[in-house]
Structure formats: structure tokens, C-alpha cells
Design a protein around this ligand. Structure first.
Ligand SMILES: Nc1ncnc2c1ncn2[C@@H]1O[C@H](COP(=O)(O)OP(=O)(O)OP(=O)(O)O)[C@@H](O)[C@H]1O
Ligand code: NI
Length: 338
């Protein structure tokens, strides 16, 4: 499978996010959990979103499709295939979500229909979004159930969602979500709890849909092995902001943000199996009391007075590469020397 060139332009197609901001009112004032995010995903491109727990990855995905629970407030621009998702009516948006954008979330929001057997839910999605005839749909439904690792798939196709355990239900949701051949998949740790074999099968299915239908993907994961194996580009989040972007190859080879460098460690990790993000010393800041200047400065060994006073903007420093750090050249040089 060849990855499409990562620097294609989104020109009308794909996903274009600008200034996405999501705030929650807290007893200590409003907190921006997602703070001015820009993100482009070209048709057929897979972008990995990584960062520590609480950095805002899940809320970012939910904000893109306006599925943030009350009292969260979302603002900014989200353009999908040239249409403005933020300006759509709820009914229009629901249609887009069902037909073009599939979501696999940690806590399922797109609930399964409790009164329909799984087979019908998969086949319905297949008939709505493919030209397969009845027989081929039956076959594909079985294939999808096998890919997501449901034992005795043929029999279980005729069962109802409540007959599946939590873990199996998550797999059924993946099968249903991907049966619609979505044009955009928003996947939030879709395979984290699954064993490596099933995880690989699901990742292959995602890559296959990308290759065959040009599906775009935003992939939230803690697993750098998954990022290396599936993503074209990556964006690193810290405290609600993107602090570094680039192709996976470039970011792994030469992280420019101290935070990215910490997450990746100094060991080259491409090809390693299940290499999780490394813990970094110190704790992430509370979002209601972000430090002045760079949010990462209290944990950063490169921090200077400027970092404590001034917030570094996310800026391009090379083709397809952005970083939000005043000292990124030093960071990159040190990483190289290490
Ligand atoms: N309803 C809410 N009200 C206030 N804060 C919230 C609400 N929902 C989420 N948050 C906060 O938003 C921040 C980002 O949460 P989010 O779930 O996006 O993190 P994440 O990066 O996906 O983390 P994880 O890797 O653990 O899934 C967290 O600090 C969380 O406490
Ligand atoms: Ni999350």
C-alpha cells in the first residue's frame, strides 16, 4: 500500500479546520479545552492526533462534527468538501454524519439501533453506500464481522446489540461504521483495547478503505507504532493546542518541540510494535489555570524567560512542518546529537 503524497492540497475536497475552539464553563471560569486548532486533511490522507491524556484530542474530534455535549461551546470554521459544517442545520449535519463521515468514539455516541439485528444494520449501510447486490452484501457483512474479530460471526449477525458484551459491541460499531465506506473517518482510539491481531486487521481495513475510496482519516491514538504504520502526517497536542505538525517520517526523525521529543523518546521507534507514548516528567497544567507564556514551560528543560512570558505561536519552519516553540532549532539539534 503506497501512502499518497502527504503534501497534496485540500483544494475544495477534504477537511479544513480553522480556529476550532471549544470552551466549557467551570466554577473557576471558562476553560478552552480546544484552543484555536487548525487542521487540514486531504482526500485519502491519514492524520494522527497524539498527546497526553487530557490534551483535548477527543474533544477536538467531537467538535469537528459538533457532537460536544452541553455545556461545551464550539466555535471556529470546519469545512468539509467545501461545505461549512458549523453553519449546517442539525438535520443536514446528521445526514452528512450518517452518509459521509463515520465516527468511532471511545464512548459511543452513535448508538446502535437496539431493535435491529446487527446483520440488518450492516447491510443497510452497505446498501445505502455501495452498489453491492443482496448476496454480496451478506458476504461483505460476514467479512466485516470477521475482520473486527467477532467469533461465530455467521450466527452472531442475527443477534441484537444487547446480546453483545461491551467489547464486542465496540467491534460491531466499527463494522457498521466502516460498512458505509465513509469519506471521512474520525477514529478515537478505535483499537486500543483490542489484541494485536484484531487491531492489525482493523488497521488494514482502514488502509484498504483509504486506498479504494480515498477515505480521509483523523486518528487519535497513544500508540506510536500505529501512527508509524498508518498515518501520513501527525499533529501533536498539548493543553488544547497543536504544538507540532509534519509528516510522520519527519516528526519521528527530527522532533522540533521539546514535548514531542519527550513523547517519542530518543530511540527511533518506526517499526516498533505497540510503542506507547512515553510519560513525561511533571503533570499537564489544569486548563483553568494555564501558566503564562508557553503552556509547556514548567515541564521544559529548554525554557527561558521568554517562554515564561510569551506564548509561542504555531509557525511553519520548513515545508509541511510547523512548531510552537522559541527554541525548536536547539531542540532539534540536541535530538540529533543524542
Ligand atoms: N464537559 C466538560 N466540562 C469541562 N471540561 C471537560 C468536559 N469534557 C472534557 N473536559 C476536559 O477537556 C479536556 C480534554 O479532554 P479530552 O477528552 O479531549 O482529552 P483527550 O486528549 O482525548 O484525553 P485521553 O487521551 O485521556 O482520551 C480534559 O481536561 C477534560 O477534563
Ligand atoms: Ni480521548
Amino acid at each position: 500500500m503506497t501512502a499518497p503524497s502527504p503534501d497534496r492540497k485540500t483544494a475544495g475536497g477534504g477537511l479544513k479546520v480553522r480556529g476550532l475552539t471549544t470552551t466549557f464553563a467551570t466554577p473557576r471560569g471558562p476553560a478552552a479545552v480546544v484552543d484555536g486548532i487548525n487542521l487540514d486533511v486531504a482526500p485519502g490522507e491519514i492524520v494522527g492526533l497524539v498527546g497526553e491524556s487530557g490534551s483535548g484530542k477527543s474533544i477536538t474530534l467531537r467538535s469537528i462534527v459538533r457532537l460536544v455535549r452541553e455545556p461545551g461551546k464550539v466555535s471556529g470554521q470546519v469545512e468539509w468538501q467545501g461545505r461549512d459544517l458549523m453553519a449546517m442545520s442539525e438535520a443536514e449535519l446528521r445526514k452528512v454524519r450518517g452518509a459521509e463521515i463515520a465516527m468511532i468514539f471511545q464512548e459511543p455516541m452513535t448508538a446502535l439501533n437496539p431493535v435491529l439485528p446487527v446483520r440488518l444494520q450492516i447491510e443497510e449501510n452497505l446498501s445505502a453506500h455501495s452498489t453491492l447486490d443482496r448476496r454480496a452484501r451478506r458476504q461483505r457483512a460476514l467479512e466485516l464481522m470477521n475482520i473486527v474479530g467477532i467469533p461465530a460471526a455467521e450466527r452472531r449477525l442475527d443477534e441484537y446489540p444487547h446480546q453483545f458484551s461491551g467489547g464486542m459491541r465496540q467491534r460491531v460499531m466499527i463494522a457498521i461504521a466502516l460498512a458505509s465506506s465513509p469519506k471521512l473517518l474520525l477514529a478515537d482510539e478505535p483499537t486500543t483495547a483490542l489484541d494485536v491481531t484484531i487491531q492489525d486487521q482493523i488497521l488494514k481495513l482502514i488502509l484498504d478503505l483509504r486506498d479504494r475510496f480515498g477515505m480521509s482519516v483523523v486518528f487519535v491514538t497513544h500508540d506510536l507504532g500505529v501512527v508509524a504504520a498508518t498515518c501520513d502526517r501527525m499533529a501533536v497536542m498539548y493543553a488544547g493546542r497543536i504544538v507540532e505538525t509534519g509528516t510522520v517520517a519527519r516528526v519521528f526523525a527530527e522532533p522540533h518541540h521539546p514535548y514531542t521529543r519527550g513523547l517519542l523518546g530518543s530511540v527511533p521507534r518506526i517499526g516498533a510494535e505497540r510503542s506507547m507514548l512515553l510519560p513525561i516528567e511533571g503533570t499537564p497544567p489544569g486548563l483553568t489555570d494555564l501558566p503564562d507564556g508557553c503552556a509547556f514551560h514548567p515541564r521544559c528543560s529548554f525554557a527561558t524567560d521568554r517562554c515564561r512570558a510569551e506564548r509561542p505561536p504555531l509557525e511553519s519552519f520548513a515545508a509541511g512542518r510547523e512548531v510552537a516553540c522559541f527554541h525548536h532549532r536547539t531542540v532539534a539539534a540536541m535530538a540529533e546529537a543524542a
